[in-house]
Design a protein around this ligand. Structure first.
Ligand code: GLU
Length: 448
């Protein structure tokens, strides 16, 4: 970066929709850049499009920025800077760089006035830190409109004035703004404003390589969706930082926010679109979940299961199943998905057994009955506080000798009533001695 002034960057969202992954990435890159260079991070809400801007969206952006830990140094709302914009516009009118043009305006179809920039009609060349030099012939733009009236500047004008007066040194924003840059440079030049350094970030693509969009990909583009599903902020930050940027640390993928700040550079941002892969995000989340104390997951499990099952029973059960759930989930919302699939029902309700399913493959009913009776007698020898290890120690030699499937399948099915469930020793330990024996006996009755 050959720029000696202190670094200042801005994240300039228009509050016209919920904070989405693409905006999060733009905010994050600006934040990382500012913190890396000890510069200033400006949050500027571009709310001049009154018809589309909503307070609710602004609140959503601010709330989520805070939640992610992307604290800004300066806050501004573009709508509150109208006087500043009007003053700068007057300067252009006074110097003749812009002029009032009487013409048919779209509004009501009558004759009105607009303000146009006197376009020198040159080839504008600018350097983009990611894409290299870009040249655009601006003759075709003609004397484009920069304001509807001396007090109603349009988007490009406000952006340029604000970047100028806020001392923005680097404009880091989405690639979709590349086509706006030549116009904005012409306005800058008319204002005598210095040209910031540009870095246009690659698009974020869905798995099918189409542009990630609300219309096509629905709620899964919004940060709130991931927050509600229980994704951890550190996992989101870590994953989103790698959407188009490579920290150049070999195969390493896990980085804390401080490490990201330390490593961040524009030089390793790629040109090609970055694929947003939810599975990969889940992998990151799982990695971060593992580093959390198990009590947090326990609390979440209690919360989820209490929606459906009796709270007292949930509190007794949850500590017994937390470690097995921990092995299987990537995000807390998976607990709910498991519950909806009936994965915990057998802990709370006596399973309804299908007699045919109790028997393993071509084992005979008599043999199965003998195995179940034997299992009951083994379980009877256990002390009432037995754990899965103890149950296995007692039952395993018999199962090995008689055929694991023939012995353990009926046991597991009798205890869960499901074809898929944790192993029978774990189930028995969680259900306890009395309930285990009761269910094994019920299976005996079912096959006789
Ligand atoms: N407000 C614009 C947007 O949300 C961004 C403007 C800019 O970054 O220059 O798309």
């Amino acid at each position: 970066m050959k720029n000696n002034s202190p670094v200042a960057v801005r994240f300039a969202p228009s509050p016209t929709g919920f904070f989405h992954i693409g905006s999060v990435r733009t905010a994050l890159f600006n934040f990382l850049f500012a913190r890396h260079y000890g510069g200033q991070f400006v949050l500027r809400i571009e709310d001049t499009d009154v018809a589309r801007s909503k307070k609710e969206y602004e609140d959503n952006i601010l709330e989520n920025m805070r939640w992610l830990g992307l604290e800004w140094d300066v806050f501004a709302r573009q709508s509150e800077r109208a006087d500043i914009h009007a003053t700068e516009l007057q300067k252009l009118l006074a110097s003749g760089a812009a002029y009032v043009s009487k013409e048919k305006v779209e509004k009501e179809g009558d004759r009105g006035e607009v303000i146009r920039l006197r376009n020198p009609g040159t080839i504008v060349t600018f350097h983009d830190e990611i894409r290299g030099d870009i040249s655009v012939d601006t003759t075709d733009l003609g004397d484009f409109i920069i304001a509807r009236s001396p007090t109603e500047p349009l988007f490009h004008f406000s952006v340029v004035v604000d970047d100028f007066l806020m001392g923005i040194t680097h404009v880091i924003r989405g690639e979709d703004h590349i086509s706006n840059t030549p116009r904005q440079i012409l306005i800058q030049e008319a204002l005598g404003a210095p040209r910031p350094i540009y870095a246009h970030l690659p698009l974020i693509l869905a798995a099918d390589r189409s542009k990630l969009s609300k219309r096509k990909h629905g709620e899964r583009v919004a940060l709130s969706y991931y927050k509600q599903a229980g994704f951890l902020r550190a996992a989101l930050i870590n994953y989103i930082a790698l959407l188009g940027w490579n920290p150049n640390q070999n195969e390493r993928e896990i980085f804390s926010l401080d490490e990201l700040i330390h490593l961040f550079d524009i030089a390793h941002i790629q040109k090609a679109g970055a694929i947003f892969n939810e599975e990969k995000l889940r992998w990151f989340n799982r990695e971060y979940m593992r580093t959390q104390p198990p009590e947090l997951l326990l609390q979440d499990i209690v919360k989820v299961l209490s929606k459906r099952y009796f709270a007292g029973a949930v509190e007794t059960l949850a500590p017994k199943i937390v470690s097995s759930i921990r092995e299987r989930v990537s995000v807390t919302s998976d607990v709910e998905t498991m519950m909806d699939a009936g994965e915990f029902s057998y802990f709370f309700e006596t399973p309804v057994l299908d007699a045919k399913k109790i028997i393993w493959k071509d084992t005979s009913t008599e043999t199965t009955r003998a195995h179940l009776e034997k299992i009951i007698s083994f379980v009877t020898t256990l002390t009432s506080d037995f754990d899965a290890e103890k149950a296995k120690m007692v039952l395993w030699p018999y199962a090995e000798h008689q055929g694991r499937g023939a012995v353990l399948w009926p046991m597991r099915y009798a205890l869960s009533g499901r074809e898929k469930s944790p192993d029978p020793f774990t189930l028995a330990a969680i259900l306890g001695k009395e309930e285990t024996i009761k269910r094994l006996k019920a299976a005996l009755v079912a096959i006789s």
